[in-house]
Write a protein that binds this ligand. Sequence first.
Ligand code: BES
Ligand code: MN
Ligand code: MN
Length: 462
Amino acid sequence: MQTTQQFIKDNQERFLEELLDLLRIPSVSADPAYAGDVRKTADAVAEHLSKAGADNVEVIETAGHPIVFGEKIVDAAKPTVMVYGHYDVQPPDPLDLWESGPFEPVIKKTKLHPDGAIFARGSCDDKGQMFMHVKAFEAMMATDNLPCNIKFMIEGEEEVGSEHLGHFLEENKEKLACDVILISDTSIINNDTPSITTGLRGLSYVEVEVTGPNRDLHSGVYGGAVGNPINVLCEMIAGMMDENKHITIPGFYDDVEVISMEERAEMNKAPFNLENYKEDLSIGDVRGEDGFTTLERTSIRPTLDVNGIWGGYIGEGAKTVLPSKAFAKISMRLVPNQDPDKITQLFQDYFTSVAPGEVQVEVHPHHGGYPVVTPTDTPEYQAAHKAMEATFGKAPIPKREGGSIPIVALFESVLGVKSVLMGFGLDSDAIHSPNEHYGLFNYYKGIETIPYYYQYYAEMKG
Ligand code: BES
Ligand code: MN
Ligand code: MN
């Protein structure tokens, strides 16, 4: 019989075409206008799983977007790997900054992807990375080479905070029972430097509303005497960080895990070039917490960022108005052992306490998530290490990342199962931004690497 790797080579073209078709469906989970397309994508993923040889394939309803499940139990005595991924994508806005349609995938070469990259929303995050697992599974099935049990749980609400997935885990512990959760939804350092993600930040996300006068006012008649809620909001936000870029919310750092100098030195050995980083982003300098490197600032330290701010007149031309209200969306990335609910409460208390008398404030919490750190001394992790080493020809570097996948902490607390974060994207792939792309090298490298994961994992678990 043909080898799994030969099957992958022989089917490369089709594997690409199928991904492009999936990328053509605009599965934007945040916007109800796309609900039909989200479902269509779930159905397409389910069909791919069935065709690849999965049993018990289901599109499972939730109070939000559906979850796709499928499994192949080869032998109940063997270990079980559950693949988690998401088929939903971020909104494509701002549309005018895309060089081609966000849902009309095209392949173009870039400096970092000389073999070409697929430009489309979701190409990297996460349809492209999720689909690598479906294709690797198909290849293992077609070549009679699946050495352990496999389950798939592909959700459609990751980009809106996986709101209904926690409940689904609680209700389906048996169905989801497994030994490890394998996820490709993170990055590697670069295409010559494989890495495995060993940590993700948590998240607390709030929206604030600042109200001044009971109506919009003429900024000449009242200006100078009445507090402008936009001015006040800007002051309040500016006050949340001191001159060392330390967050000033009392208690914010209380639970932050202190990392030893040895471990920090180790982290900073990862390849990183500040000049390239600045050049890639067209920034004159970086900015962040005093005493920490860029690598540390984006992995082991918490943050506070305004994601959007609005109020008053933002249409064409000028309108002289002293607005009644101002708003902002604020995210705080959290690190071990910060608790998102506690941080949200600290934010709320602080924001309310510093509001001057001329305004009233409201804080509306959005979704949150706990940070995670994954162990590296387990067969589950070592299998990923060996698999990447086999296909890249180099040992992967363990690396904590700055993004969040809130469900990972729940896998541990609800199912009692740890995750392995074996992603293949690049930080420069523009996920969540216009012109998101995913390298063909990365897509195929992922498909090639995944079967080795199963092989080594099965061997190690004997
Ligand atoms: N795949 C990303 C998270 C990610 C990206 C982790 C790159 C590590 C490296 C995920 O889809 C994502 O965007 N998560 C959101 C979480 C949120 C919507 C609750 C995030 O990090 O903002
Ligand atoms: Mn993702
Ligand atoms: Mn995302």
